[in-house]
Design a protein around this ligand. Structure first.
Ligand SMILES: NC(=O)C1=CN([C@@H]2O[C@H](COP(=O)(O)OP(=O)(O)OC[C@H]3O[C@@H](n4cnc5c(N)ncnc54)[C@H](OP(=O)(O)O)[C@@H]3O)[C@@H](O)[C@H]2O)C=CC1
Ligand SMILES: O=C1OC[C@@H](O)[C@H](O)[C@H]1O
Length: 423
């Protein structure tokens, strides 16, 4: 127990204070659009341990704020405007963590300036923008810049391990749940502003949608139902959302996302507004189709398997996979159950397993660090882990989000006025 705790402390310490790599000649020189809250975790810290990444510049709407941010994080150059950053010839790649509603415009500007772009999720505001951006001629051809939607969780070895636990066609039902206690984000946070393409479905919900698509390996046939709780200051934004989808063969997918979770305690009338810490570990539950087989003695054996992935979103901090197998032996003549059994196996995967040792990684690499590795590999034409978020994937992701908003009776998130013709 003590050893496990020490191991956890050491790993998490290195995630926040990674060893600093000596930078190679030709390292990517990345610039950050905005002094964004997520930038230290998603780029600045991971870049420290990457020999081929230098965070070289930042720009913010307020120069003073940008300067303070640069000083705090050791970023040498501060630009007065986002345009200045994008047009800086000493920068070759841009990290775009602006509010969702600004993703399309500034990513396209950066691509036009010849920069590679690591773009925060959700990639853009809606499917129309996604088609316009990801099918843009600027991304075609041998020397096209690299564009990646930063679905970081997919790059961590845990996700590949999870996907290897079953055949996609054996999946019967998937439920993805993600929740944050009320008060973590203020009511006027960018996540709850419609004109900035806010909404919980665009935030935590986008992970849930992405996990369903990844596990089923296909798009839903339909959105069966949606219920949402409107954000108090901007009711066109969902503060919480629950949706049910039908996948091929009548299989079910469910998402349940809440960015202001409250209540669930005894004495509901008194406690209903207290922040709720239920479901603090985002999780995905995967039920496989039951397997029925004849066994010795003319009995029928039914095996049911359920896989629960705890903390799929930030597995580097902590995660656990529970593989629950239930078997039942039945006499088919009279339907009597002869024997039942339940077994649970636990899995964790902080690093690529031995047999995949050619893939790079360390136990303390965060999802963001694994993702940065692949971003650099793609820019530098190196063989990587093989994990990538393809343009088609980013488009389909926004289509499922749009379909969910439509079913909810909410407007699609607004299309940028600079939109170029969609294909
Ligand atoms: N991958 C992950 O784990 C996470 C991803 N994200 C994603 O990153 C993006 C940013 O999230 P987060 O860092 O939490 O956001 P912030 O609230 O920190 O906003 C990011 C930047 O957006 C600009 N900005 C803020 N408000 C406005 C506004 N009202 N109008 C125009 N620009 C504004 C600011 O730029 P400036 O500094 O120039 O003023 C700010 O620095 C989102 O797309 C979000 O989905 C967020 C959290 C985690
Ligand atoms: O991507 C994200 O992950 C962490 C959350 O806190 C945040 O809301 C979201 O944008």
């Amino acid at each position: 127990m003590a050893a496990a705790l020490l191991g956890w402390v050491q790993r998490v310490y290195s995630e926040f204070k990674p060893p600093v790599a000596t930078k190679n000649n030709g390292a990517l020189r990345m610039g950050i659009l905005g002094a964004a809250n997520i930038a230290p975790m998603a780029l600045i810290t991971p870049a420290k341990s990457h020999p081929d990444v230098v965070v070289a510049a930042v720009a913010a709407r307020d120069f003073k704020r940008a300067t303070a941010f640069a000083k705090k994080h050791g970023i040498p150059v501060v630009h007065k405007t986002y345009d200045d950053l994008i047009n800086d010839p000493a920068i070759d790649s841009i990290y775009n963590p602006l509010p969702n509603g600004l993703h399309y415009e500034w990513t396209l500007k950066a691509l036009r300036a010849g920069k590679h772009v690591l773009l925060e999720k959700p990639s853009v505001s809606n499917a129309e923008e996604a088609r316009s951006l990801f099918l843009h001629p600027i991304l075609q051809g041998p020397n096209a810049p690299v564009l990646l939607e930063a679905f970081h969780y997919r790059f961590h070895p845990l996700w590949s391990t999870v996907l290897n636990l079953f055949a996609k066609e054996d999946v019967e039902e998937v439920t993805a749940i993600s929740s944050l206690f009320a008060g973590m984000f203020p009511k006027d946070d960018i996540r709850f502003v419609y004109k900035l393409s806010g909404g919980t479905l665009m935030d935590f919900g986008t992970y849930d949608v992405s996990t369903l698509r990844s596990i089923f390996g296909e798009e839903p046939v339909s959105v069966k139902s949606v219920a949402y709780r409107p954000a108090p200051l901007d009711p066109q934004c969902d503060e919480a959302i629950v949706a049910e989808y039908e996948f091929s063969g009548g299989r079910a997918g469910k998402i349940d996302a809440d960015l202001q979770a409250k209540g669930g305690y005894p004495l509901a009338a008194l406690t209903k507004n207290l922040p709720s810490f239920r479901n603090m570990l985002p999780k995905v539950e995967i039920k496989l189709k039951p397997k029925v087989e004849k066994v010795d003695g003319g009995l029928e054996k039914t095996t049911r398997k359920e896989i629960i992935v705890w903390n799929f979103m930030a597995p580097h901090l902590y995660h656990r996979v529970d593989i629950i197998t239930k078997t039942q032996l039945k006499n088919p003549q009279d339907g009597k159950v002869v024997k039942e059994n339940k077994g649970v196996e636990y899995i964790k995967e902080y690093k690529w397993p031995e047999e995949q040792a050619r893939k790079k990684g360390e136990e303390w690499w965060t999802t963001y660090r694994y993702m940065l590795e692949e971003f650099v590999n793609r820019v530098k034409n190196r063989e990587g882990s093989g994990i990538w978020v393809e343009p088609e994937d980013s488009i389909r992701q926004m289509e499922m989000i749009d379909a969910t908003y439509k079913k909810a009776g909410l407007p699609l998130r607004p299309t940028n006025h600079t939109l170029e013709v969609s294909k």
